[in-house]
Design a protein around this ligand. Structure first.
Ligand SMILES: [Zn+2]
Length: 302
């Protein structure tokens, strides 16, 4: 069975706390694993969360601040130590190439695995696997930052009642799917569009066009809410979002499941992030992330 879920490895901004590791998130998408923003301690959090180096096919880094990237050194060495047999793509802002290179070669180790750097320097598609396209969009932060958006192409679902009404069965179903038409019956007559799922990862940014473009129509949006609304000025100054800002983005974008994360250590009550997100008018599924949480992608929309 295909599994689509978010595995939360860490949820702290800037510095880890007693209860929160630096950032780190793995999106399990059918057979693939995409690691987002591995902060310090990610290798151990993967162990605790049951994610192996072999599970990773892709790494996406939004920007080169330590809480989003210091874990690259350990994770890349672990991928090599475990002799992961498949290539692992790595996306990150091209302006941070020197940071990526340093982290990749931070200490001596034996290279056995194929890490495939694919730096990002513009908005657009950064990978197309057939199963999904991965898009990047520029965010607004003191250092260059890109958010990511994964889009599954729309598919088609055959409707059994319509097939039966046209008397199409057995191998003819496959013929119709392949050729698009069979004896005057078209694919449209017997099937409906199955909307592809969309996931977005938005870290370390002020409100900007990229945030809205990434969030648009997402089944799941993982987004930073470093600050609470009373600290909006501080958020703007440091290039971050508040809980209310993130929730309004999700509301306006029609997000199915909103995951708030990347919390400042100044706050002690995670419940306040939820209250402010609800007060901002977001009424979909809402998760205030904590370490080692697993959040399944919502069911397909009709
Ligand atoms: Zn951060």
């Amino acid at each position: 069975m295909s599994v689509r879920e978010l595995v939360v490895l860490g949820t702290a901004s800037q510095v880890p706390t007693r209860h929160r590791n630096h950032n780190g998130y793995v999106l399990r998408w059918d057979g693939e694993g995409i690691l987002f923003d591995p902060g310090e301690g990610t290798q151990r959090q993967m162990l605790r969360a049951g994610v192996a180096a072999h599970d990773l096919n892709r790494i996406c880094v939004t920007h080169f601040h330590g809480d989003h990237s210091l874990g690259l050194a350990g994770v890349i060495q672990r991928i090599n130590l475990d002799r992961v047999p498949h290539p692992v793509a790595a996306h990150y802002p091209r302006s941070g190439q020197r940071f990526f290179d340093r982290l990749r070669y931070a200490t001596a180790y034996r290279e056995t695995a194929e890490i495939v750097p694919a730096p990002v320097d513009a908005d657009g598609v950064v990978a197309d696997t057939g199963a999904y396209t991965l898009h990047a969009a520029r965010l607004s932060h003191p250092v260059e930052s890109y958010g990511y958006r994964l889009v599954e192409p729309d598919g088609r679902r055959m409707v059994p009642e319509r097939l039966a009404a046209h008397g199409i069965k057995g191998p003819d179903v496959g013929r119709l799917q392949r050729d698009g038409v069979l004896g005057g019956v078209t694919l449209d007559d017997v099937s409906e569009v199955r909307r592809g799922q969309r996931f977005a990862f938005v870290m370390d940014t002020r409100l900007c066009d990229g945030v809205y473009a990434l969030a648009d129509g997402c089944d799941m949006l993982v987004i930073e809410s470093t600050f609470l609304d009373e600290d909006t000025a501080l958020a703007e100054e440091h290039g971050h979002l508040t809980a209310g800002q993130a929730a309004r983005v999700a509301r306006d974008a029609g997000v199915g499941h909103l995951v708030l994360t990347h919390f400042s250590q100044r706050y002690t009550d995670p419940g306040e992030f939820e209250r402010q997100a609800r007060a901002a008018g977001f009424d979909g599924d809402l998760t205030v992330a904590h370490d080692l949480l697993r959040v399944p992608l919502p069911k397909r929309r009709p």
